[in-house]
Design a protein around this ligand. Structure first.
Ligand code: NAD
Ligand code: ZN
Length: 355
């Protein structure tokens, strides 16, 4: 069966387009008591962006904290907070922030219309009811969360997305001005998430013309941003993230993402930096990509964290390996159908021990 892939139906792109948000939401406010839930990264408390959020009287603004990447328990608490705000459901849920905040907004939108706890929906196509209309507004670029059909959550068992057609945003607003003040290190790590999406997609066995078309363009844009220091780099990075997301949506990520999920689950390593840490040791699988990645690190004065595995005990290392190796499609994309013969537990262990 060929994948029938849902995309974001409405997109605004351009410097300053954030101001159109009020207008876009207005179309959803059909009744006098219609209200909106804004989930905004608390890094924007008392900033200029705060004053530009088009909050009306009955709206709810929740400052979300993403010091830790989203957990299912946090999604459930936020969902309750939104429920408690009114007897009616909001007419829109809006996520303003990086991949973590956008994922929280996606998950809350789904959990408002699906009963139970969010961890029950981690997996593929388990969501039964359409979520609340939701809008994603990235303030960091690279994850592709603005276009993907997943919201990545850490649950009681493992880090796994709620993957469904309902997860996809109904609208995204891509305003390059929103990413221009991101600190350099964060910009690099999240940007490299996109670079690695491209490499893993293009080098993978699942590659096809659709994914290649997006992946090659995204890769070119990443090079413009991280190697050539070109002007308009915010616009390019924003489109790279979008295209990189489109590329993996029709193929898959690979070894680097699988290993980074283990790091994240046990050590709480954040996605961007975790991918960079893992990728630096994957020369044997992605020789050209790793070489270019190191060049990008050099040009951007990045020193990766090292020896992070020294903090891990034997039991944790075993769990890390299990988390990574449970991601069958990622390994199959990277190494082919017989991946288990190549990526044994011993091999995964030896890779982790280098990190
Ligand atoms: P993030 O959202 O976790 O944010 C990282 C840090 O940057 C936070 O401290 C945040 O407050 C801060 N920040 C955000 N915007 C900022 C700005 N404009 N200026 C200054 N600081 C800012 O970072 P991320 O790399 O965008 O997202 C990583 C998350 O995305 C992980 O939870 C990962 O699992 C998830 N992810 C999701 C998908 C998907 O398809 N849904 C894909 C890849 C990654
Ligand atoms: Zn990623």
């Amino acid at each position: 069966m060929i994948k029938n892939f849902r995309t974001v139906p409405n997109i605004v792109f351009g410097k300053g387009c954030f101001y159109q948000l009020d207008n876009i939401i207005d179309k959803r406010r059909q009744y006098t008591d219609s209200w909106v839930a804004f989930l905004v990264d608390d890094v924007f408390v008392a900033t200029e962006l705060e004053s530009r959020i088009p909050q009306h009287d009955d709206d709810l603004l929740i400052w979300v904290n993403v010091d830790d990447e989203p957990k299912t328990t946090y999604v459930d608490r936020l969902t309750l907070e939104v429920h408690n705000h009114s007897r009616t459901l909001p007419c829109a849920v809006i996520g303003i922030g990086g991949g973590s905040t956008m994922d929280l907004a996606k998950a809350v939108s789904l959990m408002l219309t699906n009963s139970g706890c969010s961890h029950e929906y981690q997996g593929w196509d388990l969501i039964k009811n359409q979520g609340i209309y939701h809008i994603g507004i990235p303030t960091l670029s690279g994850t592709g969360a603005e276009v993907s059909r997943t919201t990545v959550l850490t649950g009681p068992e493992r880090k796994l997305g709620i993957n469904s057609d309902y997860t996809v945003f109904d609208q995204v607003i891509l305003d390059p001005n929103l990413i221009k003040d991101v600190p350099g290190l964060q910009r690099f790590y999240t940007g490299m998430d996109c670079y690695i999406h491209c490499i893993e997609s293009l080098q993978g066995t699942f590659i096809n013309t659709f994914s290649r078309a997006y992946g090659e363009k995204a890769l070119e844009l990443c090079r413009n941003v991280f190697l050539d220091d070109e002007p308009e780099s915010e616009e390019k990075l924003m489109m790279a993230s979008y295209f990189g997301g489109m590329s993996i949506a029709y193929s898959q990520v690979g070894a680097c993402h699988a290993l980074s999920y283990g790091l994240s689950y046990i050590l709480g390593t954040r996605h961007g930096v975790g991918c960079c840490i893992a990728f630096d040791y994957l020369e044997e699988f992605y020789p050209e990509g790793v070489k270019e990645f190191r060049e990008m690190m050099k040009r951007n004065y990045i020193n990766l964290p090292r020896n992070i595995i020294s903090r891990v005990n034997e039991e944790q290392l075993e769990k890390m390996i299990s988390v990574a190796l449970s991601l069958d499609p990622l390994w199959e994309n990277c190494l082919g159908k017989n991946w288990k013969e190549i990526m044994t537990r011993e091999k995964a262990r030896s890779l982790y021990l280098k990190m």
